[in-house]
Structure formats: C-alpha cells, structure tokens
Design a binder for this molecule. Sequence first.
Ligand SMILES: Cc1cc2nc3c(=O)[nH]c(=O)nc-3n(C[C@H](O)[C@H](O)[C@H](O)COP(=O)(O)OP(=O)(O)OC[C@H]3O[C@@H](n4cnc5c(N)ncnc54)[C@H](O)[C@@H]3O)c2cc1C
Length: 406
Amino acid sequence: MSTTTYDVAIIGGGIVGLATAMALTDRFPLSLVVLESEDHLAAHQTGHNSGVIHSGLYYKPGSLKARNCVEGRQAMYQFCQEHGIAHDPCGKVVVATQPSELPALEALEKRGVANGLDGIRRLNSPEEIHEYEPHASGIAGLYVPQTGIVDYTQVTNTYAEIVQNAGGVIQTRSRVTAFRHTGNEFVLQTPQGEVICHNLINCAGLQSDRVARMCGVDPKLQILPFRGEYYELTPQSEHLVNNLIYPVPDPRFPFLGVHFTRMVHGGIEAGPNAVLAFMREGYRFGDISIPDVLQYGLYGGFWRMAWKYWQTSVGEFYRSLSKRAFVHALQRLLPELRLEDVHRSGSGVRAQALEPNGNLADDFRIVEAEHMVHVLNAPSPAATASISIGRSIADMAVKNFELVRV
Ligand SMILES: Cc1cc2nc3c(=O)[nH]c(=O)nc-3n(C[C@H](O)[C@H](O)[C@H](O)COP(=O)(O)OP(=O)(O)OC[C@H]3O[C@@H](n4cnc5c(N)ncnc54)[C@H](O)[C@@H]3O)c2cc1C
C-alpha cells in the first residue's frame, strides 16, 4: 500500500502519458507517478502503430493537430538525435491515381503550405513520381520531405528513463479501477493498492472516456475502437518500395487509407485499414467484448455515424477478411504487387472519439476539470506530436494544478 501522496498521478503509460510526465518533471519539482494497466509501457496504440513521424500535411491549419504535429515533429527529430534513437527523415510521396483525386491533392498541398511545410514538391507526371518511387503508380503526386520513421516504443521507453531519472515513479500492472475524492486528495484504486494524489491526468487512450466518467467528468463523447490491420512485404518484394507511399485520403474520413511504410528497423508494412472493432483492445477480427459493443451500440452517435459511413465500413470489413481485396486496394498504388508478395502481420487499435451527433472528432480533445486534465481524443498524429502535447498539458498544469515552476 502506497503511503506517498503524489502531486500528480498520470493514468496511462503510452507515449502521451510519458511525454506529459517528462514535461512536468522537467519543469516542476514535484512528485509524480505514472500508472499503467499492463506489465509494460506502450502496450496499446503506441506499440502498435506505423512508426511514421508525420509532417503536418493533413490537418486543418490552426487546429491542435496541425500545431502540435508541426512542433512535435521538430521536437521528435531533435529528441531522437539527442538520445541516439534510430530514425530516418526519409520523406514520403502521396499519389493521386485518378483525375477525381486531383482537387483533393491540390487541397492537401495548400494545407501543407499553410502549416508551414517548406519544400513540398508537386509531382506532375508518373515520371516525376518514379524519381522517388520507381514502382508506384499515379498521375500526379506530392513529395513531402519532412516525413520520417521511428520506433515509438523506443521513444516512449526513453521518455520513461528521463522521468525516472528526474524522480518520477512508473508503476505497471496498475489499472486504475476506482476513484474517490476526499478533501483535497484523489484516491485511485489499483491492484497494487491505493494511490493518493492532488492532481490527475488521464492519458488512458482507448479507455480515456471511461476513466473520465469514473472521475466524475462527462467526456461528452464515446471512444470507438478502429482496428488497423497490416500486411508485410516479403523480403523478395521489398525492392518495390523505397520509403513511404500514400494515397490521397478521403477527406470525409479521419484515416489515411492503406499505404506502404518502410520501418526503421527494416521491412516494409502495408496498411493499416480501419475496421470497426468489437472490443477496445481487440487486435483480431474474432475478439469480441459484449460490454464494449453494447456501450457503443447504445450510444446515439454510433448509429448516426454508421448511417453516414456504412458503405466505407462494409468495404473495410471485406478488406479485413479478404487478402485478395486488401491487395487489390494496395495495387492501386503499386500495380506490380502480387498476392504472394505480402503476408499478414500485426494490427493496432485506434482510439477515435465519436461525438453525439455522429461525427468522428476531427481534432485532439483535451479537457480540463478542477485539478484534472483529461486527454479524450489523441489519435494519429499524437505519437509524432507527443512532446508538444506533453508541453501543452504542462502549461495547463501551471494554472489548474497551482504548480510552481523550477
Ligand atoms: C494502427 C495505428 C497506426 C498509427 N500510426 C501512427 C503513426 O504512424 N504516427 C503517429 O504519430 N501516430 C500514429 N498512430 C496514433 C498513435 O499511435 C496514438 O495517437 C498514440 O500512441 C496515442 O498515445 P496514448 O498514450 O494516448 O495512448 P496509448 O498508447 O493507447 O496509451 C494509453 C495507455 O493507457 C493504459 N490504460 C488504459 N486504461 C487504464 C487504466 N484504467 N489504468 C491505467 N492505465 C490504463 C493502456 O494500457 C495504455 O498503455 C497510430 C495508431 C494506430 C492504432
């Protein structure tokens, strides 16, 4: 049983929780604990993503995603350099494969420029695309030099070392299951006993709406789990991809479409798709949690969303079950790819916030309550943006937690 009363407890040992812990311990002389459910850090979204350092191309100028992605990307490159973490600012191409995609490609270029990306190159012909990706198909494209690759589990573990060196405590196997408010303290129940704190930050990813409700805060949204499944190219077919090849995304949908990603430790991944999962931490098609499905099935916004996106959803389910259909989608970008060139690999589950009106929340959502901060929507590019998000939460803590700077 813990006897320490911490200044701050952070619920969630993913990249956002650890980046927040790092920003706080860097700025304030405080006692801090990070509580993580699983037996290791980065166990969910952070450890199951594409490992892309996003440029900031996609996001509405002025949005939290745009600002934090651009600042966070620069900070991420610097952090990796300073701590010897393998990364590669290799750049990426986005390719339009049909004339109907050209207006969206142009809009993307304008967004990138508005978000301060220098050096985006418009690729006006298949030959110009082939300068970067000789096997990619497309009628036009963009080359974005700022995009890169990294291993976010390694980044998170490095944040954790820095937090521990600054005196922060990291407790794994510590799922927070209950919350009570007594006087000016919060008492958090975990399997390892009670943890007492004055201030609380919720970075629980796929569980963040439930944690907020447990703490008496109405999140005004519902987390919807979208599984992203990957295939991996066989070593013989890796020569088909140099770095990163993306399609022009459907602007009505917050996901980027299946793409090719070179991984920083070697190998090429293809995916992820975006399939509605029947369990929040459901990494396989057959993983089902009745409480999870009932929770979103009974939420009005779910049916409004389902009505809007049913065609896309059916297509994603089909591509999830059929390798042939998945490869067919990939062949739009890479016509030479054959069925036997890929095999199924891992998956990740995105925590995507759904609003009561059926909209998938477009921007990051971070909500303050008395002596609390709740991170309620931090999907991609939150790994890229993590250092910047952590600093923003530390700024909130100055006001909301009455912490005094070092
Ligand atoms: C398939 C996929 C691909 C992606 N690709 C990219 C990419 O290329 N680039 C990019 O920038 N972003 C990408 N993202 C997004 C990125 O991974 C997430 O935005 C980021 O990891 C979110 O971090 P987090 O700390 O908020 O959540 P998580 O990493 O999910 O961490 C939350 C943690 O909270 C813990 N937790 C939950 N409930 C409790 C509780 N009650 N008590 C204690 N602990 C609890 C969980 O166990 C978990 O470890 C991708 C995501 C997915 C799923």
